[in-house]
Ligand binder design. Structure first.
Ligand code: HEM
Length: 176
């Protein structure tokens, strides 16, 4: 496919940022359905899955901290130009929102773990310590932010596809 010169696609993100981008994508695509699936299980049935969810979630948290460091310290390619001022801003806004949401989701997850008795349940191997969802305020925020993030993820992917179709530019080249 012939390419236009709206953006310089030879500019790439740093190797670390690229690795974290894809690793986080995979982990989020596991964590979200896992979280939703666990919701309806009894505490005794979900103990093992919660352990996996917490470990993978903490990995995402650590990766997000490193990614935030790279955001400020590693060279970054220029923001994509789409030909529309609104879409230019929307893309940057969505990228930035991912950082805030990932921090919010991780911190509310850790809050839920502590306040919801999950930590104790894991340590003692006792599912009885887990409180009902309604008694764990950060869990509602955790679920809401995770859902918003998945909606933004759909927009993020739609943006890449739309740009490819309309402008004939494969912006993914900057992410490999
Ligand atoms: C990007 C990372 C994460 C995503 C996408 C995610 C997603 C979710 C979702 C969708 C739910 C169901 C919430 C609901 O709608 O009620 C959930 C539940 C939960 N998450 Fe996460 N989560 C992430 C990270 C974490 C972290 C870092 C922790 C803790 C260290 C954590 C702890 C929990 C706990 C304790 C539950 C409740 C499980 C239950 O009792 O059913 N999550 N998560």
């Amino acid at each position: 496919m012939e390419e236009t010169t709206l953006n310089d696609l030879t500019q790439k993100y740093s190797k670390g940022a690229i690795a974290i981008h894809w690793l986080t994508t995979i982990l989020i695509l596991v964590l979200f359905p896992l979280g939703k699936y666990m919701e309806d299980l009894s505490p005794a049935d979900k103990m093992g899955l919660i352990r996996i969810h917490i470990i993978l979630g903490i990995i995402v948290f650590v990766l997000t901290i490193v990614r935030t460091y790279l955001f400020f310290k590693a060279p970054r390619p220029e923001d994509i130009k789409t030909g529309s001022k609104f879409n230019d801003k929307l893309a940057v806004w969505i990228h930035n929102a991912f950082y805030f949401l990932l921090f919010g989701i991780a911190l509310s997850g850790i809050g839920s773990m502590i306040l919801g008795g999950y930590g104790e349940a894991m340590q003692m191997g006792d599912p009885e310590s887990i409180l009902p969802h309604g008694d764990v305020p950060p869990l509602a925020a955790h679920g809401a932010m995770a859902t918003i993030m998945m909606l933004l993820l759909i927009l993020h992917v739609a943006g890449v596809i739309k740009h490819y179709l309309m402008k004939k530019e494969n912006t993914l080249r900057r992410m490999f």
